[in-house]
Design a protein around this ligand. Structure first.
Ligand code: IPD
Ligand code: CA
Ligand code: CA
Length: 265
């Protein structure tokens, strides 16, 4: 394992213990919703601080882009961090959430870690070196078309502008595939595409920290990540499609007729 992956794994495990410590006490905290919201915010912040602390101990000069504390520092190396992806699931005790940590060098993804602390599943990738789940090498599926495919997605829940367009995509893909899942953690959705548990995934309106690590995992597992029109602007726009090479092409073509002009790539 290269040194930056080692550090990312260490940081993810530390955040994992912060998150799991609090997860076993959710019951007592749901008495007051406000408290729960505050408490979860504390979990997010504490997990993020644990990650940043570990990274900065090893690489004090590196820049950070983290969901809770924003962008800080200026350097060719930048760590992109979502300390708890799947907050709504976590809040409800729904067991699907993860820690997502990616390292970019001059804008290019170098290292990726997505960690599911509940199942102790550590997904890692380094550019040019492949993707792993714990010690097992990952490969996307060889699914050719929609028939028989299992897809993941995210249903828009904040920005409702493109809801009708999204429902058009959902309808078309529901009619043609074996099924659609909405697990609720984009980082894990990407990791599952890399692991061949999902054949493909699409979502509108993600943030970079939701899927920067996931994108490298899929690429290193032999898959394709693109923006919603099939181009390369996914990290900027957050409108993404990912799958193995052949299915990816079909997904782009099936989604295209439903895209409103106003929706950026
Ligand atoms: C969310 C999850 C979810 C996706 C949302 C994200 P958060 O991240 O990844 O699956 O649909 O768009 O915001 O807020 O739980 O870190
Ligand atoms: Ca997220
Ligand atoms: Ca988050």
């Amino acid at each position: 394992m290269n040194p930056t992956t080692t550090i990312a794994v260490r940081a993810a495990r530390q955040a994992g213990s912060v998150i799991m410590r609090s997860f076993s006490r959710l019951d007592t905290l749901t008495v007051s919703e406000k408290q729960v919201n505050d408490y979860v915010s504390e979990v997010d912040r504490n997990a993020e601080q644990a990650i940043i602390g570990t990274i900065h101990k090893a690489y004090p000069a590196h820049a950070i882009l983290a969901e809770e504390s924003g962008a800080h520092g200026k350097d060719d190396f930048q760590w992109v961090i979502d300390p708890l992806d799947g907050t709504t699931n976590y809040l409800h005790g729904f067991p699907q959430f993860a820690i997502s940590i990616a390292l970019k060098h001059r804008g290019k993804l170098e290292t990726a870690v997505v960690y599911d602390p509940l199942r102790d599943e550590m997904f890692t990738a380094a550019r040019g070196a492949g993707a792993l789940l714990n010690d097992r090498r990952l490969r996307v599926t060889d699914q050719k078309g929609l028939k028989g495919a299992l897809l993941g997605t995210g249903i828009p829940f904040r920005d409702q502008r493109y809801m009708d367009a999204y429902l058009g995509m959902l309808k078309a893909l529901t009619q043609e595939t074996a099924g659609i899942r909405r697990p609720g953690s984009a980082a894990l959705d990407f990791a599952y595409v890399a692991a061949g548990r999902l054949d493909g995934f699409w979502e509108l309106g993600l943030s970079e920290w939701d899927f920067a690590a996931g994108a490298l995992l899929v690429q290193e597992a032999g898959g394709v990540v693109s923006d919603i029109r099939g181009g390369g602007r996914h990290l900027e726009t957050g409108n993404v499609i990912t799958a193995g090479v052949r299915l990816h092409r079909t997904l782009v073509e099936t989604i295209r007729p439903h895209l409103p002009d106003a929706l950026s790539a």
